[in-house]
Design a protein around this ligand. Structure first.
Ligand SMILES: Cc1cc2nc3c(=O)[nH]c(=O)nc-3n(C[C@H](O)[C@H](O)[C@H](O)COP(=O)(O)OP(=O)(O)OC[C@H]3O[C@@H](n4cnc5c(N)ncnc54)[C@H](O)[C@@H]3O)c2cc1C
Length: 765
């Protein structure tokens, strides 16, 4: 006992007396810290510093304040935005024939281009003072999503000018003169923008672009002016083939020090009219058969005046930071909107098809194998919608949460890939045969595009979510890194000293917290609500604490190596991501008034999130370089083993049942899905068939009863069955007419397109 007291006193003296602590602990730890965490590169630092830490910070630090989550206002459309949805968006959707656009015209028809330009679809983010619509992020997301349920090509065309590009960059950084010069034309659709960063040698590693600009004097409009001589070669640029204004990223050099003392200024962004001498808009690409405009641009020794730099000469070399800051907003809106659209479309159409399509004498949606896939489609769509709304909502709070938007981009596009595969499996041949009737094919073809753009997914999962998340969301690491980088060593040591004490307290709190919650299985954690979902809050708090502990240990043990150990760190990123997805789902459920019908969707979603968290931790412990530390961590966090399981089959069946019948939950879950009018429209036809088959059930029951009695034969074609039932008065003439109509719709909706010989050779796929 006395030894313990003595140890405690020594500890208090060592930690409590500043000089002793600094010499005995802080100095050596600081030395080790500097060694294991190499200084950040400029691009890394700018990426880390750009944007905001939001709810991801709470989740990462082990103590999510759920009341704070609930207090975040629910993102909603204004009356003006809703009117735009009901009028302009609706009109546009009725103008779109995606089969013709993609397979025949390979472009939007001229009248669609004109409608988009004339009605402010390119001006959603531009302020009203410049003639723009000045819509919120949630409106931008909702509009793009709804269009994407009709035509991915149209959605991407609308999305790009409202995402990272000239408009966004001008609004944030443009000089007044540049704003006045460009924004009214962009808002009116007279100018079409594109933004060129990617080239053959630099894709993911965008900081390594070889395109150059050299500051020099040259001739512009008959006068000698200070400017930049540019050389670039870019590819994959969306809207480039039709652009009138090119946003260009290049590395700027000032060898003659015409602008200042620095000779290497770094990445810079400029706006260049495509009509400017020397600007070449090259050939068009053909991305996965999609018809949106995408192509190349290049230029050799093109001279531009210096004030074409976005933000003017003051912003020379600040392009990387500008891009990183703006990318995060776009990443949280555009790709999530497209991903959610696939969910809305797939849920509505696959549910309908599973009911209409019969095999072995019953609707295929009654088979458990199909229910498993259908349940996943529905649950993923619920999660997607929840994430879409919450993430766009953050951007509407004027935040730029870079980790959260990376999570949304990666997970939502991956979920969309999974659910489209499920939709394809269920539709089988009906989804494979491309033609006007196929409402899924183009979305399926387009998925790899969503996976690739705005941060290719492997990189996003492995580097951005945890790599940036760990440093940004951690309460002390970024400041510790700054202390280590302080050129004044003594000042750095002092900064580090005060952070270290707090960091030790944080780590101890997490260690004991994780153990306590592990031993009690989180039962004593608080929940902001009572009822069915309370248990989920408790488990998520517990896993948040486990993440805080594991992340700290990993950074301590692996230091800078953690960045290279992508497989390991990505698993911690998965934990953070699933905590975020689950938070969005719980908030969505609350914001929508805790609808009982939502419960199966909530159960499936959160139980899957917890299961994925368990899986990620399991892989993390298994592969952690030190087996002893891994065992220690595992014992602290999961003393009784990882017990999370995938949702029970009954939950999956509850979801698939809900998608097999018309109703409020189906309508709510697919509210963005555009249903065309009439039997000629592929979605309209499937919806009509679905309703008709449902409405015919009471009449069919009479026929089934007659079949049981043996008065009507079984296993005969439907037309004959209806005729026979009418003949022997099992059904009346009106009922027979209804069944005939139902049968026509049913047959037409399960039919696929076929083409006369020679037709396909005219426009090869
Ligand atoms: C249809 C389409 C439209 C586009 N529109 C534009 C546009 O308008 N403007 C523009 O500038 N660009 C645009 N892009 C470019 C897009 O942003 C790039 O394709 C993307 O950055 C990936 O670059 P890459 O294709 O060269 O792949 P690469 O960079 O060659 O990557 C290949 C693979 O390696 C992975 N990878 C790379 N580095 C790492 C790492 N450190 N850790 C883990 N994995 C890694 C990637 O995730 C990817 O899976 C577009 C691309 C497409 C396909």
């Amino acid at each position: 006992m006395s030894i313990l007291i003595l140890l405690l006193v020594v500890l208090i003296v060592v930690l409590g007396v500043a000089d002793i602590r600094r010499n005995l602990i802080t100095k050596p730890v600081f030395g080790i810290f500097k060694k294991i965490l190499p200084p950040l590169s400029d691009t890394e630092r700018e990426a880390m510093e750009a944007g905001d830490v939001w709810w991801d910070g709470d989740l990462f630090q082990g103590k999510p304040d759920w009341k704070k989550l609930h207090a975040i206002p629910k993102a909603q459309l204004s009356a003006e935005e809703q009117a735009f949805m009901d009028n302009e968006v609706d009109t546009l959707l009725k103008m779109l024939d995606d089969y013709k656009i993609v397979q025949e015209q390979r472009d939007l028809p001229p009248e669609v281009w004109q409608y988009i330009k004339d009605n402010g679809f390119f001006a959603m983010i531009i302020p009203k003072s410049y003639g723009g619509r000045e819509f919120s992020a949630i409106a931008n997301s909702t509009i793009v999503s709804r269009i994407a349920t009709r035509s991915l090509t149209a959605a991407v065309t609308v999305m790009v000018p409202n995402s990272l590009g000239p408009g966004e960059l001008l609004m944030h950084y443009g000089t007044q003169e540049q704003k006045d010069r460009w924004l009214p034309g962009l808002a009116a659709g007279k100018e079409v923008p594109c933004f060129a960063l990617t080239g053959p040698e630099a894709g993911s590693d965008a900081g390594g672009i070889p395109d150059t600009g050299v500051i020099c004097k040259g001739q512009f409009e008959g006068q000698e002016v200070l400017g930049i001589r540019l050389n670039w070669d870019k590819r994959y640029i969306t809207l480039a083939p039709v652009a009138t204004v090119l946003g260009l990223a290049f590395k700027l050099y000032d060898p003659e020090n015409l602008l200042g003392e620095r000779t290497e200024l770094g990445i810079t962004c400029a706006l260049i009219p495509t009509s400017h001498e020397g600007v070449e808009i090259g050939d068009r690409h053909f991305p996965m058969n999609m018809a949106f405009m995408n192509g190349t641009t290049y230029g050799k020794d093109v001279f531009i005046p210096i004030d074409w730099i976005i933000g003017g000469p003051d912003y020379a070399g600040r392009g990387w930071r500008m891009l990183v800051e703006c990318l995060s907003a776009g990443r949280g809106i555009s790709l999530p909107a497209l991903a959610t659209a696939t969910g809305h479309l797939a849920t509505r159409m696959t549910g309908a098809y599973s009911y209409v399509r019969q095999q072995f004498g019953m609707a295929i949606g009654k088979f458990e194998g199909v229910q498993e896939s259908l349940g996943r489609i529905g649950a993923y769509t619920y999660s997607l919608e929840a994430m879409r709304v919450m993430t766009a909502g953050a951007i509407d709070l004027n935040l730029s949460p870079s980790v959260v938007t990376a999570i949304a981009k990666y997970h939502m596009t991956e979920m969309s890939r999974t659910l489209l595969n499920d939709a394809f499996d269920i539709h089988s041949g009906r989804a494979i045969q491309v033609g006007p009737k196929n409402y899924l094919a183009h979305g399926y073809m387009g998925i790899p595009i969503s996976i690739t753009v705005e941060g290719a997914n492997i990189l996003t999962r492995n580097l951005m979510i945890f790599g940036q998340g760990a440093t940004r969301c951690h309460p002390y690491v970024l400041q510790e890194l700054e202390a280590a980088a302080n050129p004044n060593a003594e000042e750095g040591l002092q900064q580090f000293d005060s952070l270290l004490i707090k960091h030790i307290g944080f780590a101890l709190g997490n260690t004991f917290g994780a153990l306590w919650q592990g031993l009690t299985l989180g039962c004593f954690n608080s929940s902001p609500v009572s009822g069915e979902t309370a248990k989920y809050y408790k488990q998520l708090s517990r896993m948040s604490r486990a993440l805080a502990l594991s992340a700290d240990f990993s950074m301590l043990m692996l230091g800078g190596d953690l960045k290279r150990k992508e497989m390991l760190s990505a698993r911690l990123g998965d934990v953070l991501s699933h905590l975020y997805i689950a938070s969005a789902v719980l908030k969505f459920y609350e914001d929508n008034g805790r609808q009982v019908a939502d419960l199966p969707f909530v159960r499936y979603s959160i139980e899957r999130n917890l299961f994925e968290i368990g899986k990620a931790f399991s892989g993390f412990f298994q592969n952690f370089p030190s087996a002893v530390v891994a065992r220690l961590l595992k014992t602290l966090v999961f003393p009784f083993g990882i017990g999370y399981k995938m949702p029970a089959d009954a939950v999956t069946q509850d979801i698939s049942d809900a998608l097999l019948k018309p109703g409020v939950i189906r309508d709510r879950l697919t509210h963005l899905c555009f249903i065309g009018e009439g039997d000629e429209d592929p979605t309209g036809l499937m919806e009509s068939a679905f309703i008709a088959v449902h409405q015919a059930q009471p009449i069919m029951k009479k026929i089934y009863a007659a079949q049981k009695q043996g008065t009507v034969p079984r296993k005969i074609p439907m037309e004959q069955l209806i005729a026979k039932a009418l003949e022997i008065n099992v059904i009346n003439a009106d009922e027979a007419k209804q069944l005939v109509r139902m049968n026509e719709l049913r047959f037409s909706s399960i039919s696929v397109d076929s083409f006369k010989p020679g037709v396909l050779s005219k426009h090869s796929l």
